[in-house]
Design a protein around this ligand. Structure first.
Ligand SMILES: C[C@H](O)[C@H](O)[C@H]1CNC2=NC(N)=NC(=O)C2=N1
Length: 97
């Protein structure tokens, strides 16, 4: 899959206010009330990753989840990364209701 240009990435990020572009990947950080809520969101995200066959680099410390997404195969950011980012947003937003 083709990598997106910096302009194309910035354009797509307008629809993802929690996300930033740097170091050749898109990144977001989510804070939950506690570890259980965080890990619950991570498990739901994990199923979505398997469905999309696309996986984030992520770290979890207690109630904080940091996520970076890039397409390793393409050595940059592609539409696949944005598809996963939107899927993650939908899961995290569910929690905020
Ligand atoms: C073989 C398989 O399709 C690849 O290893 C996939 C799996 N998940 C992936 N996830 C991400 N984020 N980038 C990739 O390039 C990638 N490649």
């Amino acid at each position: 899959m083709n990598t997106l240009t910096e302009n194309e990435i910035e354009q797509r990020l307008l629809r993802l206010p929690e996300w930033d572009y740097f170091d050749n990947a898109i990144h977001a950080e989510f804070e939950f009330d506690n570890f259980k809520d965080c890990f619950s969101a991570m498990s739901r995200i994990a199923f979505e990753c398997e469905a999309l066959n696309h996986h984030p680099d992520w770290t979890n410390v207690y109630n904080v989840l940091k996520i970076s997404i890039s397409t390793h195969d393409a050595n940059g950011v592609t539409e696949k990364d944005f598809k996963l980012a939107h899927a993650i947003e939908a899961i995290v937003e569910e929690d905020e209701e």
